[in-house]
Structure formats: C-alpha cells, structure tokens
Design a protein around this ligand. Structure first.
Ligand code: HEC
Length: 152
C-alpha cells in the first residue's frame, strides 16, 4: 500500500462508513420482516377437513396422526417458536404451550388463539394465524404440541 494517497484514504473511509450505514439500516428491517410474516405450510399430505376447510372445527381431527405431527413440528418451528420457544419450551416471552390441556378442552382454546391471536386494548400480543396458515396447519401444530405435553 505504498502508493496510498490522502485522498484514497478518505475515499476508503467514506466507503466503509457507507457500508456500515447500510448494514445498520438493513438489519432491523430484515428481523422485523421475519417477525411478522407467517410462513406458508404445505398441508397437502393431510386429509381435508369435513365439511369444508373454511368451517373451523373445535376439536382436532388429526390427533395422533403421524404425518400431522411431522408437518406440525416444522410449521411450529417456522411460525411459533420465535415467541413460544424452540421445541415448545418457552423462554418467557409467551406462554409455554406444553402446558395446554390435552384433548378436546385444550383443542378449543388452542384453535381460538391460533385463529384470532390475542389483541387486548389495541395491543397485539399474538398475531392472528388462521387466515394465513389455514386450519389444517393449525391442527397439525396442535397434534405435534400434544406430543410435547407436560404437566409441570
Ligand atoms: C409474536 C409472538 C407470537 C407468535 C409468533 C405466536 N404467539 Fe401464541 N401467544 C403469544 C402471546 C404473547 C400469548 C399470550 C397472549 C395473552 O396473554 O393474551 C400467546 C398465546 C397463545 C396461546 C394461548 C396459550 C395459553 O396458555 O393461554 C396459544 C394456544 C398460542 N399462543 C399458539 C400459538 C401458535 C400455535 C403459534 C404459531 C402458529 C403462535 N402462538 C405464534 C405470542 C405469540
């Protein structure tokens, strides 16, 4: 670098500063985006829900279904883990979903939250997921969650 002149040094510094500014402005946008966009879930391998996929059931039609458990695990990882914790073990930001009641009574509460999220006094605690992900994905996640259930 024996030929470096003062001007070239200033040029490099400006370039570095510009790169730093770009990184700073891009980073928050990327993470904010990742936080709000639900990731579509491929549920074609699961049986359709009767009478129609648009009518929301209150009980899990897939309970114990191995394919639903597999799809649910990945759908949870993509859409719920950032708040409810990896492998459904809550880090404290949101309730620990392993504690949800098993069976029909837990189903009803689960699907209510999945479909509508939680909004209190205008503040979004959990975004609604029903419209975007659909109930087949919802029940797949519920099916997987039941395999993680704990009472403690
Ligand atoms: C942006 C963070 C966030 C994401 C993403 C999120 N949740 Fe939640 N969830 C919350 C919070 C916070 C609550 C507690 C709401 C309250 O206190 O009103 C909650 C509550 C729930 C409840 C009720 C739990 C209880 O014990 O009462 C269920 C069920 C639930 N979420 C399921 C899901 C599922 C399934 C997904 C993924 C499809 C998901 N959530 C994605 C933040 C989130």
């Amino acid at each position: 670098m024996s030929g470096t002149t003062g001007n070239r040094k200033i040029g490099r510094m400006l370039l570095l500063a510009a790169a730093a500014a770009l990184t700073l402005s891009a980073a928050p946008r990327l993470s904010a985006h990742g936080n709000v966009t639900p990731q579509a879930v491929d549920t074609t391998a699961l049986p359709d829900i009767a009478p129609s996929n648009e009518t929301w059931l209150t009980h899990n039609p897939y309970r114990g279904n191995a394919k639903a458990i597999e799809i649910g695990a990945s759908a949870y990882g993509q859409n719920c883990a950032r708040c409810h914790g990896l492998d459904a073990i809550s880090g404290g930001i949101a309730p620990d979903l392993r504690l949800l009641e098993l069976g029909d009574s837990g189903d009803e509460w689960f699907v209510q939250r999945f479909q509508h999220g939680s909004v209190r006094e205008g503040k979004v605690y959990m975004p609604p997921m029903g419209e975007v992900l659909g109930q087949k994905a919802g029940w797949a996640i519920r099916t997987w969650l039941e395999t993680k259930h704990t009472d403690e």
